[in-house]
Design a protein around this ligand. Structure first.
Ligand code: ATP
Length: 441
């Protein structure tokens, strides 16, 4: 983990928020490469969920909603609360279920009795801070989906089974934050709610289907099979809304941990919202002429946890050093073997040397050609070996070198990050060459 955190910082992926003030409450900022990686993950999820299918639409709902939403959903009661204990000596607070022993892990002090601590983040809307203006930053994005269930069903002419997907920020006042971006109080979710018939057979069918689909998504984006597994929740650990839950877990450096949950939410949400709002949220089936409250199978992934697992899985150190630079002889070289779809920079253009005008001019022409199509970088600083190393470390799949022969022959050397194979390619055919490798499957 230390290596990942340090790479993220050194190469502009992720750093603590408000760092000049010493950071803030385990909040993190994504730098350029981090934002690119995260956006590529979100893009892939969004396309897989909406563009490649006919039965799911996507939305972007507001973070602030009527506080009534959270009353109806059960988030303001004990349902959305963790058990908290406090050390009587140092007053540090802990989540009861994270403790291995019955004493303070920081100072060994005695702990208080456990009490329930609600995770919703309160905020005030409007200029007067009175109770009437209290609402909450959303604790999960799916409530925004339920608020748009009728709107989408009617305007998009959706017929059951259908889904609504959304990517967005969620907030939880977690008692314990931990492991870098794994557990924070502000995070992003990629959630999809699939509305189905209230029938046991249908539920099993779709639960199994989504379980497989979600695993496939991680595998298709290159996560090693042995680093992923499912874990079914015991009855006593089910969330207040869930009838059944299976987590997708990744093998993190600290052990197996959740990156996504697949939940059978039954009719919990739509029934409660019908009851609390007085609106009829049932579905009328034209064929069977039956009216019912749809049941929901949810897939709920954490974007930040995805970023972390993709980074960890792609991280590789190579002992002998591949680029033969002075540093490479001293320390291991790092290669980030990110899937091409996820890599923040797809191609880097490097002139062999920087003090030759013609070479720089040609390199910039090549760079201009590529940057309109893919996120690319131009780099002339440092030895060529060092520049290769830099690109390997940030996971750039193709590095393109412009040398003296390029001036004569109008061609370049393309180096593949993973195989280290170098190929001479005509500049005229470079875009096609890269398109086939970056986009073709
Ligand atoms: P945990 O048990 O780790 O607290 P959870 O079971 O409460 O997570 P869910 O409510 O199922 O999580 O949320 C769905 C997904 O949202 C999780 O699988 C995770 O990827 C993400 N997520 C939830 N809480 C956090 C958090 N505090 N920080 C980062 N991601 C989170």
């Amino acid at each position: 983990m230390e290596k990942i955190v340090s790479l993220c910082k050194r190469r502009g992926f992720i750093a603590p928020s408000s760092e000049i003030y010493g950071g803030f409450e385990s909040c993190y900022d994504y730098g350029f490469l981090g934002a690119l990686l995260k956006n590529n993950i979100k893009q892939s999820w969004w396309k897989t969920m909406t563009q490649y299918r006919d039965d799911i639409v996507g939305i972007d709902a507001s973070i602030l909603m009527s506080p009534k939403v959270w009353q109806a959903s059960g988030h303001l009661t004990a349902g959305f609360a963790d058990s908290l204990v406090e050390c009587k000596k140092c007053h540090h607070r802990f989540r009861k279920d994270y403790l291995k022993e019955d004493k303070c892990p920081d100072c060994g002090g005695q702990l208080t009795e456990e009490k329930k601590f609600n995770l919703m983040m309160k905020t005030f809307v409007g200029s007067i801070e009175n109770e009437a203006a209290v609402t909450y930053l959303r604790g999960e994005t799916c409530q925004g989906i339920y608020m748009n269930y009728q709107f989408m069903k009617n305007t998009m002419r959706l017929k059951i089974p259908f889904g609504i997907a959304q990517i967005g920020k969620a907030f939880r006042n977690e008692i314990t934050t931990r492991y870098f971006i794994f557990k924070t109080r502000e995070f992003e979710q990629m959630e999809m709610q699939y509305f189905i018939q209230p029938d046991a057979k249908e539920k099993k069918k779709w639960f199994d289907y989504w379980q497989k689909e979600r695993m496939k998504w991680y595998l298709d984006l290159g996560i090693e099979k042995e680093n992923l597994r499912f874990r079914e929740h015991r009855k006593d650990e089910l969330a207040h809304y869930a009838k059944r839950a299976i987590d997708v877990e990744y093998k993190f450096p600290w052990g197996w941990d959740e990156i996504e949950g697949i939940h059978d939410r039954g009719d919990w949400d739509l029934s409660n919202h019908s009851k609390y709002s007085g609106q009829d949220l049932s579905y009328f089936d034209e064929q069977t002429k039956k009216k019912f409250i749809p049941h929901i199978i949810e897939t709920s992934a954490g974007t930040d946890r995805s970023v972390l697992s993709f980074l960890i899985d792609a991280y590789q150190e190579i002992k002998e050093g591949r680029t033969k630079t002075t540093e490479a002889k001293k320390e291991n070289e790092v290669v980030l073997r990110l899937d091409r779809k996820l890599a923040p920079i797809k191609a880097a253009v490097l002139p062999l040397v920087k003090n030759k005008k013609d070479l720089v001019k040609k390199s910039k022409e090549v760079y201009d050609l590529l940057k309109l199509r893919w996120m690319s970088q131009y780099d002339e600083v440092g030895s060529i070996g060092r520049r290769y190393r830099r690109q390997d470390e940030i996971g750039t799949p193709y590095t393109i070198t412009v040398d003296f022969d390029s001036l004569k022959n109008n061609d370049v050397t393309v180096r593949d990050r993973d195989t280290m194979k170098q190929e001479r390619v005509k500049i005229k055919g470079l875009v096609d060459y890269l398109r086939e490798r970056l986009e073709g499957r």
